[in-house]
Design a protein around this ligand. Structure first.
Ligand SMILES: Cc1cc2nc3c(=O)[nH]c(=O)nc-3n(C[C@H](O)[C@H](O)[C@H](O)COP(=O)(O)O)c2cc1C
Length: 225
């Protein structure tokens, strides 16, 4: 009994520390209300598939509010408000993939339920996700896909990482097709310093960074035919 109340008190203590730590890291960074998705834009899906490609050349111009909003909705937004289901399917509808958005001013978490960005960490951390080429320019937006494996309600634990990888791959392809469709450029990347990212974002043990995806304007494709 004593042990139990001690561990509950301990948990409470560490919970408070965690919350304070998160909010301290995000201090001075305000949330962002995104614009409703423009579902009438972009190339037809066959044209977008024809244009889909990964780039290594990143333009540094900031994305405008509508492009950023549509990018996140396309990645993993809610497309059926009655059921809360997403643009990307997920194993057991676990909706395990969270999209963290790394911008110059800080890192945010995309909240699909209210289509907003919640502040997580202040400051420019985009360099963490840069490629190996020192000449490479840093994209204005990096989408970081993190799976929370604790959201899989059932199933063999050995399968959870497989499902997480599959779910991340689908969100990644949503991003790539959206980019191809509207004149943006992107590249999925598994390469990143996972442990540093974990610490920076204060991730739980069950949360696994899967892929990051820089997104920028594609100067050659701003006027698709
Ligand atoms: C799961 C996955 C992980 C990847 N990781 C990296 C990476 O860490 N670094 C990188 O430069 N490209 C990465 N890529 C991009 C691939 O190199 C690229 O998709 C491949 O060369 C094919 O080119 P394409 O996408 O233009 O067809 C990754 C792609 C996928 C699907």
């Amino acid at each position: 009994m004593l042990n139990k109340s001690f561990s509950i008190r301990n948990l409470f203590f560490w919970g408070i520390i965690l919350v304070l730590n998160c909010s301290a890291n995000a201090q001075g960074l305000t949330g962002i209300i995104l614009s409703p998705p423009d579902t009438n834009r972009g190339l037809p899906v066959m044209k977008a598939l024809q244009r889909r490609a990964s780039t290594r050349q990143f333009d540094t111009t900031n994305l405008n509010q509508q492009d950023l909003s549509d990018l996140l909705w396309a990645a993993n937004g809610i497309n059926r408000p009655q059921s809360g289901k997403r643009t990307a399917p997920s194993a057991l509808n676990a909706q395990d993939i969270d999209v963290y958005v790394v911008l110059k001013k800080g890192i945010y978490l995309y909240n699909a339920a209210d289509h907003t960005l919640q502040p997580v960490v202040k400051g420019d951390h985009r360099q963490l996700f840069a490629g190996r080429n020192p000449e490479e320019q840093i994209a204005p937006v990096i989408c970081l896909l993190v799976s929370d494996l604790s959201r899989f309600p059932t199933g063999d634990e050995s399968m959870h990482m497989v499902w997480a990888a599959e779910d991340a791959g689908i969100v990644s392809q949503n991003i790539s097709l959206f980019c191809a469709s509207v004149g943006l450029a992107t590249r999925p990347r598994a390469n990143m310093p996972v442990e540093i990212v974990r610490q920076l974002l204060n991730l739980k043990k069950s949360q696994q960074p899967m892929l990051n995806q820089p997104v920028c304007y594609n100067p050659d494709r701003l006027h698709p035919d």
